[in-house]
Design a protein around this ligand. Structure first.
Ligand code: G
Ligand code: G
Ligand code: MN
Ligand code: NA
Length: 254
């Protein structure tokens, strides 16, 4: 089979699954949300990392059915956790450019919420700057539809690659996720400290909540607490884990 056909089979078959990475409130250490991250269990190759199939999915358009599967699976799982009586939490789903450009995307989101009886406030959609900058007018219209549904929108990987500030000015995001490349050198590196501090105050000024990605150390946490960064995600708290591990994490720190 060609790679594309294999990926198609993965989506329609039973080969994809999700892991979840907790996001915590910096001040209290409590879990406030989780990010859903897709994994592929290939029948012959075993576990294929997303960097080895997300780009192919994007090129071939298979990201649309793949993303739809992720969206529904994350909503189903969130519903299941709520039914278990666990403290409710936001589930964040990554959305790629082709999904966002699909005129039916907002109805797919509405359908997934309805199917799983999940209130929209518990769903967050993460998009990168390049997703919204590609066709700004269309992206803005899509964001307005999604906000009307009540889902949260976050700008992902902020500060990586070709970031500009234009996206923040133009688009109605609720939350900024500061890229792990800006967090890595904290707190020892003066330039990193200056940039991260500026990003955090920018978010505050624009009334966006701010989350630091890739947090690995206590020293990074201390910096973020002093800088009043609201939330953090990273190996310091947890790597992405299978859904079965979420209830125990929530019972301990939800
Ligand atoms: O944990 P990790 O190796 O999973 O993530 C690698 C990259 O794959 C990240 O940049 C993440 O945004 C992306 N990714 C993970 N899951 C999804 C998904 O469901 N949809 C999209 N579009 N990207 C994803
Ligand atoms: O691009 P996105 O942020 O959506 O994808 C998250 C990626 O970052 C995943 O590959 C995930 O496994 C990885 N990741 C999450 N936490 C950490 C961390 O603390 N350190 C490092 N190096 N990678 C992380
Ligand atoms: Mn993300
Ligand atoms: Na990210």
């Amino acid at each position: 089979l060609g790679e594309q056909e294999e990926l198609h089979q993965a989506i329609t078959g039973d080969q994809l699954f999700l892991q979840y990475q907790p996001q915590v409130d910096v001040a209290s250490g409590r879990i406030t949300g989780i990010e859903a991250l897709v994994r592929w269990n290939h029948p012959a190759k075993g576990r294929v990392p997303p960097i080895n199939f997300i780009p192919l999915a994007e090129e071939t358009g298979l990201i649309v059915p793949l993303g739809l599967w992720v969206l529904n699976e994350a909503c189903r799982q969130a519903r299941h956790w709520q039914d278990m009586g666990l403290p409710p939490l936001t589930v964040a789903v990554n959305v790629s450019a082709k999904q966002f450009a699909d005129p039916d995307f907002a109805s797919h989101v509405a359908e997934a919420l309805e199917r799983h009886r999940l209130q929209s406030r518990w769903l967050e959609l993460e998009v990168t700057e390049s997703v919204v900058m590609q066709d700004a007018e269309r992206a803005l219209a899509m964001m307005e539809q999604l906000r009307a549904l009540g889902v949260r929108l976050s700008i992902d990987d902020f500060g990586s690659g070709y970031s500009s500030l234009a996206a923040l000015k133009t688009f109605p995001f609720d939350r900024l996720k500061m890229d792990r490349s800006l967090v890595e050198a904290l707190p020892g590196d003066k330039t990193a400290v200056a940039i991260a501090s500026a990003v955090i105050s920018l978010a505050q000024t624009l009334k966006l909540s701010v989350l630091a990605e890739g947090v690995e150390t206590d020293a990074q946490m201390d910096f973020l607490r002093h800088a009043r960064c609201e939330e953090a995600q990273g190996f310091r708290f947890s790597k992405p884990v299978p859904p079965e591990e979420i209830p125990a994490l929530l019972r301990a720190r939800g």
